[in-house]
Each structure stands twice: as C-alpha cells, then as structure tokens.
Design a protein around this ligand. Structure first.
Ligand code: URA
Length: 423
C-alpha cells in the first residue's frame, strides 16, 4: 500500500478495509509511514470519522501493535476501571482497594497527567517511597496477595496509541469520538482484565463537555468492548465542578485517605460506591456491600497493603506546599457554580500538572475548595486556597480563576452526579 492514496481515500470520505488500516497502524508504529502522513490521516479521520467496521479494525490494529496481558488464572475475577479524566478525579485511589476488599482483583495500569487533568500515578507518587514501575510478575503477585495494584502501564501495551496520541496532541485531533474510543479501548482490551467499567465525564472539566457526545463516546466504547469479548459498562458522570474538595497530587491522596477512613466529601464517596457496585456486579461477586466494606475499614486496610507493597509508607506525612494564597467570596449568598476547567488549569499552573511529557510535577501543589456549589457563603469567607512551592506561579493561577464561580441570591438547582448508565 502507499500512504498518500490511503490518506486520500479517508480525506474524500471513502472507507478503509481491515488490511489497509492494519497496514497503516503497523507501519506507522514502526516509522515506515511517517509522522507527517499519520498526522494527515488523523486529521482526515477527525473530519470524516470511522464507521463501525473501520473503528473495530483500527482498534484491533492498535491492540496488535503491542503485547496483551492476561489476568485469567488468578484466584478471583478481575475488573478494570477507566475514567476519561476530570478535575479532582481521585476516584481510583479509594475505588481500587474498596473493590479488592469486596473480593475482586483490580489491576489499574495508569498514566501520568498531561494538561489540566491530573494523572493517577502523579498523585500516588506524592507518597514517600511509592513506586509506579512494576514488572508483570510483581503485578500478578500483588493482585493475588493484596487484590489491587495501581502502576504504570508499560510501553508494551498498544504502542501505536503512544505514537498517535502524541501526534493528536499537537494537531488538535484529540477530540474525536472514534480516536478517543480506540485509544482508550485498545489499551484496556490489551490489559486483559475480565471486565471493564468506564466513567465517562461530561461538563466543563471533561474532554466531552456535551452530555450527548459523552453518551455517544460511552456507547462507542461499550460496543468496542463487547466486540472484543470484554464485558463493558459505562456511567456518564458530571464534571462541571471538581470532584471533592481538592485538585492536586498530595492534596488528592489526603482526600482519598479520608474517604477510606469513612469520611471525605459526599460526592467522592457517592461516585466511589457507584463505580464499586458496577465493578463487583461485572465480576459476578455479590457477597459484599461496598458501603459496609468502606465503613468497616476493610477498604482502608487494603489501601495500606497496596501502598506498602509498592514501597510507599502509608503513615508518612504527605508533602505540604511552601506557599498558600486564599481567595474569598465578595458577597453573601450561595455558591451557584464553580467550574471544573479553570480549577484544573489553576492547579496545573501552580505546578500540579505538566506542560510536556516527562516534566516533573510538584507533589504539594494544587487547589483546595472550601465550598461546593449549593453551599451558603458569606462575604469574606474563604472559597479556594491555592497551594504551591513557588510563589511566582500564583498570579497566573489566580488569573485562570477569573469568572470561575458565581455567588447567587438563590441556591442553585442540585445537579445529579451520575447522569446515565450505558451497557
Ligand atoms: N484518554 C486516552 O487514553 N486517550 C484519549 O484519546 C483520550 C483520553
């Protein structure tokens, strides 16, 4: 095949068959199709989309670009969870040990953050000593002995995605439903868990700001899972405001620990339990009530083992920022809205996130919310505290927060957190 003619086919609205797609992805991963050609192909897909057959071939080709793990043969069923990403989304931290405490093996092969949403590994790396890189044998052993593992996805899983994602990032082709769906599902199918639960976010802090598009993305991914023999369900959840009261690495770990100790913000607890119920149902394990496992401390005990097993000290004090700055309400009323996206940008600019792959992040940087939408507030009351090790980063974070919230005379209508379920 030659790449220009296949790019032209897609550009002009034609369809590509399995062999052609397989060749493009394989040769692109190897470098025989150049980055320029892949970038043009991605833009053609952004405009023209992929039909159901093309999407299935595209996803298969991405899976076939690397290795496939296999978690069958463990003494308990395995279930994986993926979130499309949001501000303050630390749910994996309490969820993985909670679901393990219900008798399910939870392999969470995760990534680092890029842009305004944090990465799970960056959060856990705020814990002194904790190690993200594990070998396959270590992962299996930890799944048997502890039940939950959160670690770095090795470069061997769907390497085509690493290549395509880097090109999408610099060519404004990230926000395409077939490209997002194939990117996420190729990695999740290659990971080899027994079932998958997706948390598809919608709202200002999400990839898919529009709920109808989030539903379409969810249905597309659920379909890809079913095709590949990976039972998949999805919850569509609200990301118009940050989850919980923290965005930032160590700040989110501390909040996750509060949840595991039976406290923590109501929205984080609600979503953790909703996803836990989906996961244990998917695993076919129903002898435990996740709310009881959380309240009894069983999930917290798994958390401690999970952190220790990866070299972390669950009792070590978490790093604290050298500088803080608090923003206050300018009038009495109710907090009407507090947008997720600007809070994510502020946390990022304070040092919690990275601009380029491989950049370091600050463990202690981030934003603490003192009020959530619907809470009454008084003039002068703290609304947000910014945390950073570098005071020079504060002004641009404050700038990002201009217009991020409103104080209203009437309480806002309550927003449900779980908007829909797709199966
Ligand atoms: N997360 C991914 O892994 N891929 C995407 O394309 C978007 C979010």
């Amino acid at each position: 095949y030659d790449a220009p003619s296949l790019i032209r086919t897609k550009r002009d609205g034609g369809t590509l068959d399995a062999d052609r797609i397989g060749w493009l992805i394989e040769a692109g991963t190897r470098g025989a199709v150049t980055d320029e050609q892949l970038a043009a192909l991605l833009m053609a897909v952004w405009f023209r989309g992929l039909d159901a057959d093309e999407l299935s071939h595209w996803t298969t080709a991405m899976i076939d670009s690397g290795e496939r793990l296999d978690f069958t043969g463990l003494s308990r069923p395995s279930v994986d969870k993926h979130s499309t990403g949001g501000v303050g989304d630390k749910i994996t931290l309490p969820l993985a040990p909670l679901v393990a405490a219900c008798g399910v093996a939870v392999p969470q092969l995760s990534g680092r953050g890029l842009g305004h949403t944090g990465g799970t590994l960056d959060k856990l790396e705020a814990i002194p000593g904790w190690r993200a890189e594990l070998g396959l044998d270590e992962i299996r052993r930890q799944l048997e002995e502890v039940g939950a593992v959160v670690c770095a996805a090795g470069p061997g899983l769907a390497p085509a995605d690493a290549k395509l994602y880097a090109l999408r990032d610099v060519t404004s082709t990230v926000d395409s439903i077939p490209l997002i769906a194939s990117s996420i599902m190729s990695k999740k199918i290659a990971e080899g868990a027994g079932a998958l639960v997706l948390d598809v976010k919608t709202g200002s802090g999400a990839f898919m700001t529009d709920p109808a598009q989030a539903r379409e993305l969810a249905a597309t991914m659920v379909g890809l899972g079913a095709n590949a023999g990976l039972p998949t369900t999805a919850l569509i959840t609200d990301m118009s405001t940050p989850l919980g009261r923290t965005a930032g690495n160590a700040l989110e770990v501390a909040e996750a620990v509060e949840v595991l100790q039976g406290c923590g913000p109501a929205d984080v607890v609600e979503l953790t339990l909703a996803l836990a119920r989906e996961m244990i149902t998917a695993a076919g394990v129903d002898e435990h009530d996740p709310a009881e496992r959380l309240a009894s401390g069983a999930a917290y005990r798994v958390w401690r083992s999970m952190i220790s097993a990866q070299g972390g000290d669950p009792d070590a004090p978490l790093p604290r920022a050298r500088e803080t700055e608090t923003l206050t309400a300018d009038r009495d009323g109710w907090l009407g809205r507090l947008d997720a996206y600007p809070v994510g940008i502020a946390a990022w600019r304070l040092g919690a996130g990275r601009a380029r792959r491989g950049d370091p992040v600050q463990a202690a940087a981030g934003v603490v919310l003192h009020a959530k939408p619907g809470d009454p507030v008084r003039a002068g009351q703290p609304l947000l505290t910014l945390h950073t090790d570098d005071a020079a980063l504060v002004p641009r974070a404050v700038e990002a927060l201009a217009g991020a919230w409103t104080v209203t005379d009437e309480p806002p209508a309550a927003r449900p957190l779980v908007l829909d379920r797709v199966s």
